[in-house]
Design a protein around this ligand. Structure first.
Ligand code: TRP
Ligand code: SF4
Length: 400
């Protein structure tokens, strides 16, 4: 399809913790070195559920950006921006809403699930129903091909694909499409044009998916054609319409197995987290007071690591050698629990050290963060505006 581009967003709901780091952020760090990446703060999405408490949003937005930067998201590699600073997202959301069947939105599993879970607020709102459509606009406006998300968000990406397909179907028609596609084909040059035609025939006559992939790759390598011609040539491979909005793929982020302080998955709702930049004293205290195997009442009672949440943290942080020491020392009552916890404390502090350092730079000079985000917003906005020009034209809204 269009060149690979990664897009992901996070709602600004408070300080990120080590579960986010081990689950989502480490994944972003890898992606930013492999593809062009756009990472944004989904502040409007936060409002769909927290519309009654907007006063926290501003602080949460900046804290989250600092958390990202602290974790190593690199503004030289990735574009970091805020959703509400690119108002084109709202325009696309509105335009897509015209043709989005209500049933598609009502059927998204998070709609009913969240309504049932968040009983403390009224989510029978227009904005909340539109949550996945706003997300679709976030994705489609950048023609993102790869969307790293957790499992619960996969249905949103699936719906985004349907929205794109429907849009292209409704608005990708041109009266003289075939002629224009053939004109565009000429611009590819003799050899490429021939390869394109061969692949198209193989795909259309024999359903050869590999040939379709080859043609996509060929178009992806081609630099010297206009956006409109690119849309036509992508569309012409499969049928008689332009491909204006690109169907993205979900990149499933493996569920973080990061255990929290009580052995359950680390999560704000379990109140068992260590935040990304939590200060050293507090980390030490939290780990020291973690529950252990209840069988170890006295120091001389042997224990069983499998029944201890501290052991789960060793599995994330410790070397084979240390783990061996824990297993033996615990089962023989050779070590005490405080002693056993120390390597975990040390490892967490070591992991956080570069994060705290990076964060400090930004806390000392908030203008730095503002500039990174201003830059990112500007870059994102250019891309968004390019897509919106195409969208408006396709929908007949390009009159002046
Ligand atoms: N809904 C996502 C979440 O709760 C956040 C989000 C908003 C998002 N827009 C997005 C994620 C676009 C990926 C792409 O986690
Ligand atoms: Fe848990 Fe370590 Fe104590 Fe064993 S020695 S109960 S593994 S903290």
């Amino acid at each position: 399809m269009f060149p690979d581009r990664v897009l992901s967003g996070m709602r600004p709901t408070g300080a990120l913790h080590l579960g986010h780091y081990h689950g989502v952020l480490k994944n972003w760090l890898r992606l930013q070195s492999e593809h062009p990446c756009l990472f944004f703060v989904a502040d409007w999405h936060a409002l769909t559920t927290h519309y009654e408490a907007p006063e926290d949003i501003e602080r949460n937005v900046w804290d989250m950006v600092i958390d990202w930067l602290a974790a190593g998201v690199d503004p030289a590699q990735a574009t970091i921006f805020i959703q509400s600073r690119v108002p084109e997202h709202a325009e696309l959301h509105l335009l897509l809403s015209m043709s989005t069947p209500l049933g598609w939105l009502e059927r998204v599993p998070t709609y009913k699930d969240q309504q049932e879970k968040m009983t403390d607020r009224d989510l029978a709102t227009y904005g909340f129903l539109g949550y996945p459509l706003l997300q679709a606009a976030d994705i489609l406006i950048y023609r993102a091909t790869l969307v790293p998300v957790g499992e619960d968000q996969v249905p949103h990406v699936e719906m985004t694909r349907e929205i794109a397909r429907r849009f292209n179907h409704l608005y990708g028609r041109e009266p003289d499409f075939e002629e224009k596609a053939l004109e565009a084909l000429k611009k590819l040059g003799g050899k490429r044009a021939r390869l394109y035609q061969e692949a198209r025939t193989k795909y259309q006559e024999q359903g050869d998916e590999a040939a379709l992939e080859q043609a996509h790759a060929l178009l992806q390598e081609t630099q010297n054609i206009s956006m409109g011609d690119r849309e036509r040539l992508f569309g012409y491979l499969e049928g008689g319409r332009k491909i204006i909005l690109v169907e993205p793929d979900a990149l499933l982020t493996e569920a973080s197995r990061m255990p929290g302080l009580d052995g359950q998955k680390m999560s704000k709702s379990y109140n068992n987290t260590i935040s990304l930049r939590e200060d050293a004293d507090s980390v030490t205290k939290k780990v020291r007071t973690m529950p252990t195997d209840p069988a170890r009442v006295r120091r001389t009672d042997p224990g069983e690591p499998e029944k201890c949440p501290v052991w789960q943290l060793h599995q994330v942080y410790s070397s084979e050698e240390t783990k061996d020491w824990v297993q033996k020392g615990c089962r023989s009552a050779g070590i005490g629990c405080i002693e056993c916890k120390q390597p975990v404390i040390d490892a967490i502090l070591k992991e956080q050290e570069p994060m705290r350092e990076r964060a400090q730079t930004y806390l000392d000079d908030p203008a730095l963060v503002r500039n990174i985000v201003a830059d990112g917003c500007e870059k994102a906005r250019k891309l968004a505006q390019e897509t919106m020009r195409e969208v408006r034209e396709a929908m007949g809204l390009n009159y002046s």
